[in-house]
Structures are given as structure tokens and as C-alpha cells.
Design a protein around this ligand. Structure first.
Ligand SMILES: [Zn+2]
Ligand SMILES: [Zn+2]
Length: 195
């Protein structure tokens, strides 16, 4: 009985996660959350401005790895909701399949709480606020990559790396940056054609 209830709940959340409303609701919630965290973090921050900048840079750097980690080891595995939504995205890249709108916000808040146990609350909020903005940037980048045709060679290359991932799903896991694909050896390398 409990199993069927849980399955039913997961199924309805998965169905909701394919809607356009869910897609944009998540952006609105995350934007409010990120802005709130940065504002509150700045209020509470007692160190120098350089300290605050360090928290922001650390947050953005940490997010670049979180992006890679989730895409490679959570989305391309069998984890319910994560894998399901991502499989749908690979099948129809122009659709609105994404995570349930409330999930990333909850995870970010829990992580912020954990960070506060280790560093000052001001530093933790500034850092996790930046992680949140990194996540928003990732979401917007991913949307733009699939919905906009670029002309600028650099942007073409940047978007092209993710389009390659759709053909070769075991390469190019980074969307905003190729950094971790380069470090961990998953960047797509074109095989030279035999002539
Ligand atoms: Zn994609
Ligand atoms: Zn993928």
C-alpha cells in the first residue's frame, strides 16, 4: 500500500515536472532565494569586502563542479525524478522537462544550513547565494542553448559542446563551462576520419 502511494506521488510529481509552469516557477523561486541569501549574507557579513568576494567566487567555483557532478552522476543514472526528467530532455530537447520546482530550493537551503555549521552565517549565505545564481545561470544557459541560434563563433562553440552531448551522452557534461570535462577527461574529442 505504502509503495503504491509513494509511486503515485512520484508519478504525479514527474508529470508536473514536464510543464512550462513548473519550469518557470523554479526560476522565480530560485531567483528570490538567491537574492534573499545574498542580501541577508551581506547584512550579516562582518569580514572585509575581499572576504565577501572570496565567498562569491568560491560559490561560483563550487557550482561549476555541482553542475558537472549532477549531470554526470545523478542525471545519467537511474535515480528517480533526476534520471526520468533528464531522459525526457534528451528525447525532446526543446521541451520543458526539468526538476520539480521546489526541489533545488530545498536542497540549497539544506546545504546552506550545513555550511553555517562550518563557516560564519554571512559567509555561508553569500557563498550559497552565489551557488544559487550559478544554478540559475546554468538553467538559463541551457534554455538559450536549445532555443537560440548563435552566430558569434565563440558562442557557437560554447553551445555546440552541449549539442554534442546530446549525440554523445557520455561526453561534455558541463553546460556553462567545459572546465570539469577537461579536468576529468570527458571532453568530446572528434575522432579523425579515415581518408
Ligand atoms: Zn540539453
Ligand atoms: Zn545529459
Amino acid at each position: 500500500m505504502k509503495r503504491t502511494l509513494l509511486r503515485g506521488f512520484l508519478d504525479s510529481v514527474a508529470r508536473m515536472s514536464t510543464t512550462r509552469t513548473n519550469y518557470w516557477a523554479e526560476f522565480v523561486i530560485d531567483l528570490a532565494l538567491g537574492a534573499g541569501m545574498v542580501f541577508e549574507g551581506w547584512q550579516r557579513h562582518q569580514g572585509s569586502a575581499l572576504d565577501a568576494l572570496l565567498a562569491v567566487l568560491l560559490g561560483l567555483f563550487a557550482f561549476s563542479f555541482v553542475e558537472y557532478f549532477f549531470h554526470r552522476w545523478m542525471f545519467h543514472t537511474q535515480i528517480p525524478l533526476f534520471a526520468q526528467g533528464h531522459r525526457m530532455h534528451h528525447e525532446r530537447p526543446l521541451g520543458y522537462d526539468s526538476l520539480p520546482f521546489f526541489l533545488p530550493g530545498i536542497v540549497l537551503l539544506i546545504l546552506t544550513g550545513l555550511c553555517m555549521l562550518v563557516v560564519s552565517s554571512g559567509f555561508a549565505l553569500l557563498m550559497m547565494g552565489s551557488v544559487t545564481f550559478g544554478y540559475i545561470a546554468y538553467g538559463l544557459s541551457h534554455f538559450i542553448i536549445h532555443h537560440v541560434r548563435f552566430r558569434h563563433p565563440l558562442l557557437l562553440r560554447w553551445a555546440g559542446a552541449h549539442h554534442v552531448h546530446h549525440y554523445h551522452p557520455d561526453t561534455n557534461f558541463g553546460v556553462t563551462t567545459p572546465l570539469w570535462d577537461i579536468v576529468l577527461g570527458t571532453q568530446y574529442v572528434r575522432k579523425s576520419r579515415k581518408t
